[in-house]
Design a protein around this ligand. Structure first.
Ligand SMILES: *Cc1c(COP(=O)(O)O)cnc(C)c1O
Length: 353
């Protein structure tokens, strides 16, 4: 246990659970898994995550930004020395092309201007994104270029994968299938996490999951096949009795209609505990799920511990195996992705095998 004074909040990352989720996604999809480790591995630490997944056999990773790719490359070593393949989803700005090339990073080209920039820099191996209807990034199928030298991977991204019944999924699949015939021998990468669960019709050559590796369920709710990976804990700073009729926290966000016992816990929005938890938030403390009271403030939040045996220094689970990530996200009116990527640098990360 860490000293509660110096580390009031802690994000614990269970690397064994990460490895189990990696294997599960490989089994469910029947395909090689190319993990997405953008946004510092969804907040868990891209280097630690990628190193463990390389130990499990992963040899290809996706990041969003060039800078993320550069950091990951220096941590994992050059491709010639056992380092992995790293794709950069943003593609390639003209002023980034040389740096990408020098670090052996592969841009996922999204637009003819990026293709020109990459070619002008003498760039070689790269990916290509086809926009099959999300209208976010990529070239439309009718504008997709003919096969070209250096193209190693072609991908598209599902807009509604967490809604298996949505006809958009099949529409995107059919558009993708219609265009990839142009690129014989090029790896076809289709499914994100939820897409891995859509069935064999949606399998191409490799899958590209993020959130399910990190413990989020495929349809935005807990799923028995996916293990919890990240646990956010904090410590009780003070316990107090609040008489009926008094209020708790900023703006009198909560009024006690009876005498209650309140634990003030050292986690606030500056740690990534979203202020939007008010009023529906809950945490796991002393073996029970208990409500947050009133507003989350910058450094602390208040928890109803009436009737519980709770003392200063006791641990509180904000999400983890007892307060599942998707449930916690729903209580804050958001998704697991935002919850994980909101944990701030103030919170130390600790890794267990
Ligand atoms: C973020 C992202 C992914 C991973 O999505 P998850 O839903 O987290 O599995 C895959 N592909 C692209 C293009 C992405 O931007």
């Amino acid at each position: 246990m860490r000293d509660p004074i110096t580390a009031p909040a802690l994000l614990s990352v269970d690397l064994d659970a990460l490895a189990r989720n990696y294997r599960t996604l490989g089994q469910v999809s029947g395909l090689p898994v190319h993990p997405v480790v953008k946004a510092d591995g969804y907040g868990l630490g891209a280097q630690a995550v990628a190193k463990r997944l390389m130990g499990e056999g992963a040899d290809t990773f996706f990041v969003a930004r060039a800078a993320e790719g550069l950091r990951l490359r220096s941590a994992l070593g050059p491709q010639g020395a056992g380092g992995p393949v790293i794709y950069v989803l943003d593609g390639c700005r003209e002023d980034e092309a040389n740096a990408l090339k020098a670090a052996d990073l592969r841009p996922v080209l999204n637009h003819p201007s990026q293709m020109q920039a990459w070619a002008a820099a003498g760039g070689e191996t790269c990916g290509l994104q086809i926009d099959t209807g999300m209208n976010r990034l990529g070239v439309r199928p009718e504008d997709a270029p003919e096969a070209f030298d250096g193209l190693a991977l072609v991908l598209t991204h599902l807009a509604c994968a967490d809604d298996p019944q949505n006809p958009m999924n099949r529409r995107q699949r059919d558009l993708f299938a219609g265009v990839v015939g142009r690129y014989p021998g090029v790896i076809r990468s289709f499914a994100n996490s939820s897409g891995c669960f859509l069935g064999p019709d949606f399998a191409f050559d490799a899958v590209r999951p993020g959130i399910c590796l990190y413990g989020g369920g495929p349809e935005g709710r807990p799923d028995a096949r996916i293990a919890a990976v990240a646990t956010l804990t904090a410590r009780v700073l003070q316990v107090r009795d609040v008489p009926a009729g008094e209020s708790v926290g900023y703006s009198q966000g909560y009024f006690a209609d009876r005498p209650i016992r309140v634990a003030t816990v050292a986690a606030g929005y500056a740690d990534g505990l979203l202020r939007a938890y008010s009023p529906a938030g809950a945490v796991f403390i002393a073996g029970e799920t208990r409500s947050l009271l009133g507003r989350v403030s910058m450094d602390v939040c208040a928890v109803d511990v009436t009737g519980l045996d709770v003392a200063v220094g006791d641990p509180v689970e904000l999400f983890g195996p007892n307060r599942l990530l998707d449930d916690a996200a729903a209580a804050a009116g958001t998704i697991s992705y935002e919850l994980l990527t909101s944990i701030t640098p103030r919170v130390p990360r600790a890794y267990s095998q």
